[in-house]
Design a protein around this ligand. Structure first.
Ligand code: HEM
Length: 178
């Protein structure tokens, strides 16, 4: 997993809970990198899980909630860092449909060793509902949920998101806009 994801995670923790919490989480997680991440470095994605489990133990907030909150935060960081990706997207569903075919394709050019998920998207008749099937050996469904929520917020879109586990460890996200 790219260091940029870890850097943003620790930035979020610092903004919400202060630097002492960052130190406590890293110390308790005892991650191989020692918590010293650089944006362009690459680290085992399990370190992210270890950091979140550690934060959950300290704060009492369930890991799924922490990962989802982080996904939402991450979306606005990524969007602010890459304004060119936001240009030309009409609305949230339009943007989400382009994650697989454009956004992550460009991300791969920037970071050839990025570990990206796969999405299969299907717009439902009427155009207001998008089915997105997430597939990744890293199983960051909760981060994905947060990224979708962050995207909806970014576009000021009023929407409901439902999740359904599918066979093969995939997850279907049903995004219903009004
Ligand atoms: C400005 C928009 C976006 C940018 C620049 C971006 C970029 C990235 C980058 C750099 C990573 C890390 C790759 C690695 O760790 O090696 C990543 C991972 C990921 N992205 Fe995106 N992304 C964007 C939007 C989205 C959206 C809207 C979604 C959800 C629909 C999404 C889903 C994911 C997921 C779930 C991962 C974690 C890796 C995995 O599950 O295997 N991304 N993305």
């Amino acid at each position: 997993m790219k260091g940029v994801v870890f850097v943003e995670f620790l930035k979020m923790v610092e903004a919400e809970h202060g630097l002492d919490m960052v130190d406590d989480i890293i110390e308790q997680a005892d991650v191989p990198s020692g918590g010293a991440y650089t944006a362009v470095g690459t680290y085992d994605h399990k370190e992210m899980v270890d950091l979140v489990v550690s934060m959950s133990k300290i704060t009492g907030v369930p890991t799924g909630e922490l990962l989802s909150a982080f996904g939402s935060y991450l979306f606005s960081s990524l969007a602010n860092a890459h304004p060119v990706f936001m240009d030309g997207a009409r609305d949230a569903l339009d943007f989400l449909e382009k994650v697989e075919t454009y956004i992550h394709v460009e991300v791969r050019k920037l970071y050839p060793d990025a570990e990206l998920p796969t999405f299969e998207c299907e717009r439902q008749p009427g155009g207001k509902v998008l089915h997105m099937i997430y597939s990744s050996s890293r199983h960051l469904e909760d981060v994905c949920d947060g990224l979708i929520q962050g995207c909806l917020k970014w576009f000021h879109s009023d929407a409901e998101v439902e999740r359904q586990p599918l066979e093969g460890g995939r997850e279907l996200f049903i995004i219903k806009t009004s």
